[in-house]
Design a binder for this molecule. Structure first.
Ligand SMILES: Nc1ncnc2c1ncn2[C@@H]1O[C@H](COP(=O)(O)OP(=O)(O)OP(=O)(O)O)[C@@H](O)[C@H]1O
Ligand SMILES: [Mg+2]
Length: 366
């Protein structure tokens, strides 16, 4: 699978833009503030239904305009698919796939899976556990739509349980009424944890191998799920259900549920050192990149399709040797990469596009 064509109308700083991409490496080169990140954002938006940068979708519409449209044509093995995304100042966004309106974002997710990497994605390793949960959740949702719906249900039931914890007058009353929520919550949560465990299990090895390849075997990357780590959904459910009971008193005092997938984390180590707290900036960046490449391998294995890699300004963070090793790792995927400088030496066969004041022009191959 690859993106053949991207058309933007009044999206961010683009008035109009129509770009035909190549199936392999596409490099977008330009000075600062020309529209490189905006271009990637339009693709991410058409894949996930959300911007990676903002929740305020109206910000995506070009200033002083009322409507915006992104059209993407994706080439799949046997057919082409058209994704159209409409943004309007005065109403909610709408999305069409092959001309048919879709009702839920869940119907879009997975149609054109992307793996996105922006400089601040380093937060995945460096920042709080919420970033790592988001990483797992977005990825698994792209692979498994049911997971996305499980998350939505989980949030609802969790909110209900938390409301009860906050609002029930006495602990005795709570004890009588909460069991119904505990049963439901343990049921949904155990499925979520199970999916996450299988996900981590599948990306562990490719992440480790990728990291070794990029660092010429200097660094060993290991990842582990931090939370309930049991083999079956039933075991996880029982353990969770018991934890809700064990923690009920303190949860009542806190006013929220303190155990479950919304509190779990991902442990990330290099050469056995926890790099969430003790990694260098470079190590944290590269580990994130290795995780992202492991996602690519997993997507391909599970869906039989190659996802698209969106890389915003990552090369500047790698030295020449690691940069070459890295590009070698991704050579079989369609990659859309932005940078302020690019030397042909790094990617002989890549398509290079110049981005200047929201105008994109393809460089002729020499
Ligand atoms: N809704 C909008 N309407 C018009 N212009 C916008 C809108 N949103 C952002 N911009 C402008 O788009 C410009 C380009 O932003 P973008 O982030 O794509 O730059 P970039 O080429 O990635 O630069 P850098 O190399 O610094 O990352 C910014 O200067 C910003 O002011
Ligand atoms: Mg940018």
């Amino acid at each position: 699978m690859y993106i053949k064509n991207v058309k933007l109308e009044n999206f961010r700083n683009y008035k109009e833009c129509n770009v035909f991409l190549e199936p392999k490496l596409n490099v977008f080169v330009g000075s600062n503030a020309q529209g490189k990140t905006n271009f990637l954002e339009s693709i991410y938006l058409s894949s996930i239904g959300k911007s990676p940068k903002t929740n305020k979708e109206k910000e995506l519409i070009k200033w002083n305009e009322n409507n915006s449209k992104v059209t993407i044509i994706v080439k799949k093995e046997y057919f082409e698919e058209e994704i159209e995304l409409y943004l309007r100042k005065d109403s909610n966004k709408s999305i069409k796939i092959n001309g048919i309106n879709i009702r839920k974002i869940g119907d879009l997710i997975g149609e054109m899976p992307v793996v996105y990497f922006a400089p601040d994605e380093i937060g995945l390793v460096k920042d709080g556990p919420a970033y790592r949960r988001r990483f797992m959740d977005i990825d698994i949702s792209q692979l498994n739509k049911n997971y996305f719906y499980l998350l939505c249900r989980y949030e609802k039931v969790l909110n209900e349980r938390n409301k009860l914890l906050k609002q029930t007058k006495t602990f005795e009353n709570l004890f009588e009424t909460i069991d119904l929520w505990d049963i439901q919550l343990a049921d949904i949560a155990s499925k979520i944890i199970y999916c996450r465990l299988s996900f981590i299990d599948s990306i562990k090895i490719p992440a480790k191998e990728t990291h070794s390849n990029i660092t010429s075997n200097e660094e060993e990357l290991t990842i582990n799920y931090q939370g309930i780590n049991l083999k079956s959904i039933e075991q996880i459910r029982e353990k969770l259900y018991k934890s809700y009971k064990d923690k009920l008193k303190s949860d009542y005092e806190l006013g929220f549920t303190s155990v479950g997938p919304h509190r779990d984390d991902l442990e990330i180590k290099i050469n056995n050192i926890d790099i969430r707290n003790f990694g260098s900036q470079g190590q944290q960046r590269l580990a994130t990149l290795s995780l992202k490449i492991a996602e690519l391998c997993l997507f391909e294995k599970q869906t039989g399709e190659k996802p698209i890699l969106l890389l915003d300004d990552v090369l500047s963070e790698l030295d020449q040797k690691r940069c070459k090793n890295f590009l070698k790792q991704i050579e079989n995927y369609q990659t859309i990469l932005t940078t302020t400088k690019f030397s042909r030496k790094l990617g002989q066969n890549s398509a290079i596009f110049n981005v200047r004041q929201a105008v994109i022009t393809k460089q002729k191959k020499v």
